[in-house]
Design a protein around this ligand. Structure first.
Ligand code: RFL
Ligand code: PHB
Length: 389
């Protein structure tokens, strides 16, 4: 077994882990990042598409926002479509801020490229790493490649290893969990098709939720609410396009997204989860390792970016100046933004989806809620403030 030493050992090369390693580097702090999967897999993983105002600023200030600013699509509004009519929420006019539509895999690509150009120690294809001795002064991470075991001893370990990594279990008894599972999933597709709309459309239809998004002027991203028991095989291309046209109906008539070759498809279950605290001894959790939101509020990646922004500062203060305040208060400060995003994501999810067993009363309340949001500037402003971040 080889043993190495570093200041911060990081698990996971998603947006959280890569950005943390980059921010620490900017502050002169050494880290080793260990990722289970290979680089191609990580960079090809299609997920989020909306970068909120604050998260975009963090990326810019870290010097990794150049391509996002060049190729990303700035959006000043979204449409809520229900009862056969579309209603624009003018987010920029209401808040003075906008979002940027830019794929998570592009951010991961930009960060990985930058880390490697800077000579960062980012290790892909390590298989699942394990976390040890977090209550001691010498926490460590181990992983095995080609039968050889590697051990990294660090001052601090940060788990940025998502919802199914080693971070959550390593919290042990310390972790108090808060969870909500929704009885549906999102079927997501990417298609070579010019988006028919300039802004995202969130549709609440009798048959379920649909979302019109995009990645560029040539690539459309679309989602359908489906029962959590559905499989991808249940959904032919034809069925997906037909269902989308119905759910985006305007004035009682089906409304067709521009069709094109579907080149990616996936199913994602919807859940809300928070684990508290986000620290145990010398282990810290950030991003999806600590919390999950349903994608309806477009908050997951943005929270991951905010967590590591806080954590990078706190780790730097501790490792450079021995100042402990930042790390001691990390959980409380991060959780404030986390719970606000949990609230907003839950609110958007319940307002926009079709729930089995909903009564006529529930449906009418949902419509009244949507009417209130699009009819009241105060209500639309509240949505916009949460959405643009
Ligand atoms: P990630 O991206 O899951 O990365 C974790 C990494 O850790 C690795 N790993 C390990 N490595 C070493 N050892 C182990 N034991 C390991 N176990 C796991 C994994 O291979 C992986 O590379 O977590 P991170 O960095 O916290 O980032 C979080 C975001 O990925 C997530 O919150 C967002 O994708 C959520 N999300 C959205 N967020 C937004 O902000 N805006 C959106 O528009 C948005 N849309 C979405 C979304 C998520 C979706 N799905 C698939 C759930 C749309 C969808 C459909
Ligand atoms: C996306 O483009 O993937 C996307 C956009 C908005 C969401 C979720 C996902 O709320």
């Amino acid at each position: 077994m080889t043993t190495e030493r570093t200041s911060v050992a990081i698990l996971g090369a998603g947006p959280a882990g890569l950005l943390l390693s980059h921010l620490l580097h900017l502050n002169g702090i050494a880290s080793i990042l260990v990722e289970a999967r290979d680089r191609e897999y990580v960079q090809a993983r299609v997920r989020a598409g909306v970068v909120e105002h604050g998260a975009a600023d963090i990326l810019r200030q870290a010097g990794v926002g150049e391509r996002m600013d060049r190729e990303g699509l700035p959006h000043g509004g979204i449409e809520l479509r229900f009862d056969g009519a579309g209603h624009r929420i003018a987010m920029s006019e209401l808040t003075g801020r906008h979002i940027t539509v830019y794929g998570q895999q592009e951010i991961v690509h930009d960060l990985a490229e930058r880390r490697i150009a800077d000579g960062g120690d980012v290790r892909f294809a390590c298989g699942p790493a394990a976390i040890h001795d977090v209550d001691s002064g010498e926490p460590s991470v181990t992983y095995t490649v080609d039968g050889a075991e590697h051990r990294i001893v660090a001052d601090f370990v940060v788990a940025c290893d998502g919802a199914h990594g080693a971070g959550r279990p390593a919290m042990g008894e310390t972790l108090k969990t808060f969870e909500k599972v929704y009885p549906f999933a999102w079927l997501g597709i990417l298609a070579h098709a010019a988006p028919r709309v300039d802004e995202l459309v969130y549709a609440n239809h009798e048959r379920g939720f649909a979302l019109y998004s995009m990645r560029s002027h040539e690539v459309t991203r679309l989602y359908l609410q489906v029962p959590s028991t559905d499989r991808l095989e249940d959904w032919s291309d034809e069925r997906i396009w037909d269902e989308l046209a119905v759910r985006f109906s305007l004035d009682g008539e089906p409304w067709e997204p521009t069709r094109g070759e579907i080149f990616e498809r996936s199913l994602a279950p919807l859940r809300s989860y928070v684990g508290e605290p986000m620290q145990r001894g010398r282990l810290f959790l950030a991003g999806d390792a600590a919390h999950t939101v349903p994608p309806t509020g477009a908050k997951g990646m943005n929270l991951a970016i905010r967590d590591v922004d806080l954590l990078a500062r706190a780790l730097t203060e501790q490792l450079r100046h021995g100042a402990e305040e930042g790390l001691r208060t990390y959980t409380d400060r991060a959780l404030r933004a986390v719970w606000r995003a949990e609230y907003f994501s839950w609110w958007m999810t319940t307002m926009l989806h079709r729930f089995d067993g909903d009564s006529g009363f529930d449906r009418r309340v949902q419509t009244a809620q949507l009417r209130s949001v699009v009819g009241s500037e105060a209500h639309a402003t509240a949505l916009s403030e949460n959405y643009v971040g």
